[in-house]
Design a protein around this ligand. Structure first.
Ligand code: PEP
Ligand code: MN
Length: 353
């Protein structure tokens, strides 16, 4: 349920109401929007009469029920407004969201050694990426495949961050690694295979670093939003959703089916920022540029693209990785579409901290 306050409602009155709702056994959450303040109410609201709530203050404009199974993740919960995820990086504050320029995240699938991660970081930064991605802990289908260098790779990501000032996005697979990983990561990735690892979702919801939540490979949009709800309900409001392709009947020519329709669907259902990963979405570097361009045209807030200095030698996901040169030209192509849809930062998409 949400309680929309009138424009100009005194802060004292909003706080008084929050106290009253708490006394009713509800969990009130203050959401300050662009124009209005909204109080989100979670708990046993089914029996509550919106009219009774309305009477609690003359400053209440309206009381609305959130009919969806996900509450905090729903667009209604923020009275229709988009949320933004602000991430401090050494280069400045980076903003993900519908009202911000497109943010590009790029880097190798796995962190292989210091030289390659620092070199890749330098190259993608020069091309305009704001975040470096790279896995230290890799979820691999085969137990015999390269599993990532683990904790030691976190130090290599730290070196790349130091060298470039880029923000770092890296995957957490096991809650036991949360502490060292959160020390290095500016955004923690929860991979497709862990989208419904509810205990992991609760743990990352109970800490402060923003979360990149990838869509499970066979997850419906509703299941995905319910997974986001776990993180939001545990207290972390900073969640970015990443579509990375789903399993369909046809996997002969692409690794997954990239669901670009998820962009407008999510836009209608949720306030959370939307990222697209055309690298895992297609599995072939040749198809990444078209899908990246299409994602921008369709309204994505961010893109995640795998880039490797020597894809043929990559320890994971080489076939879907762009060379730095190909990434350079893709950024030029993306700027054309980004400008056309008003989502391209003329100057670095970084605001002063
Ligand atoms: C990755 O980003 O390298 C990765 C393993 O992604 P996903 O969880 O989408 O497969
Ligand atoms: Mn990968």
């Amino acid at each position: 349920m949400i309680v929309v306050m009138k424009v100009g409602s005194p802060e004292d009155e909003v706080n008084r109401l929050m106290g009253e709702f708490k006394a009713w056994g509800l969990v009130p959450e203050k959401i300050v929007g662009r124009h209005k303040v909204v109080i989100g109410l979670v708990g046993e609201t089914a029996e509550l009469d919106p009219l009774q709530i309305q009477e609690a203050s003359p400053w209440i404009e309206e009381v609305l029920r959130v009919e969806k199974p996900y509450k905090r993740a729903s667009r209604e919960y923020r009275n229709g407004e988009a949320s933004e995820v602000l991430v401090p990086t050494p280069n400045g504050l980076v903003a993900f969201g519908e009202h911000h320029p497109l943010i590009v995240v790029a880097g190798p699938c796995s962190v292989e050694n210091e030289e390659m991660i620092v070199e890749t970081a330098r190259r993608v930064q020069a091309a305009g990426a704001k975040f470096l991605r790279g896995g230290a802990f890799k979820p691999r289908t085969s137990p015999y495949a390269f599993q990532g260098h683990g904790e030691s790779a976190l130090n290599l990501l730290a070196a790349a961050r130091e060298a470039t000032g880029l923000g770092i996005i890296t995957e957490l697979m096991d809650a036991a690694d949360l502490e060292p990983l959160a020390e290095i990561a500016d955004v923690i990735q929860i991979g497709a295979r862990n989208m419904q690892n509810f205990s992991l979702l609760k743990k990352v919801g109970a800490q402060d670093k923003p979360i990149l939540l990838k869509r499970g490979m066979s997850a419906t949009i509703e299941e995905w939003l319910m997974a986001a709800e776990y993180i939001l309900a545990a207290g972390n409001p900073n969640v970015i959703l990443c579509e990375r392709g789903i399993r369909t009947f046809d996997s002969k020519y692409t690794r997954n089916t990239l669901d670009l329709a998820a962009i407008p669907v999510l836009r209608a259902l949720t306030h959370l920022p939307i990222m697209i990963d055309p690298s895992h979405g297609t599995g072939k570097w040749e198809y990444v540029p078209s899908m990246a361009l299409a994602s921008i045209a369709a309204g994505a807030d961010s893109l995640m693209i795998e880039v490797h200095p020597n894809p043929k030698k990559a320890l994971s996901d080489g076939p879907q990785s762009l060379t730095p040169e190909r990434f350079d030209s893709l950024m030029v192509e993306m700027a054309v579409i980004g400008k056309a849809v008003g989502r391209w930062a003329e100057e670095p998409a970084i605001a002063a901290v």
